[in-house]
Design a protein around this ligand. Structure first.
Ligand SMILES: [Zn+2]
Length: 79
C-alpha cells in the first residue's frame, strides 16, 4: 500500500490528507474522490484547486494529469 499526499496531486498546499491505493490508477481515483468529498463538505481550498484545473486548456489539463500519474507511478517505484 503506497500513499501520496493530496497536495502532491494538485490539491491545495494546506491539505496533507494521505491518498492511498494499491495501484497508481487507484491512487489517482481515490484522490479525485477525496477532492470531490471535500468540495461536497464546502471546502473552498479544494474547490479552488478544481477551478484552477478547469481554467486550463485541455492540453494543459492533460499535461497536469500526466504529471500527477507520474508522481503516483514514481511513488510505487520508491520501495
Ligand atoms: Zn485534500
Amino acid at each position: 500500500m503506497k500513499k501520496i499526499i493530496c497536495s502532491d496531486l494538485g490539491g491545495p498546499e494546506s491539505c496533507e490528507v494521505e491518498i492511498k491505493g494499491n495501484t497508481p490508477d487507484e491512487v489517482a481515483k481515490n484522490c479525485q474522490e477525496h477532492v470531490m468529498e471535500e468540495i461536497g463538505k464546502g471546502d473552498s481550498d479544494h474547490q479552488d484547486s478544481v477551478e484552477n484545473m478547469q481554467s486550463m486548456s485541455p492540453e494543459e489539463q492533460q499535461e497536469k494529469f500526466a504529471e500527477y500519474m507520474k508522481i503516483c507511478e514514481d511513488a510505487f517505484k520508491r520501495d
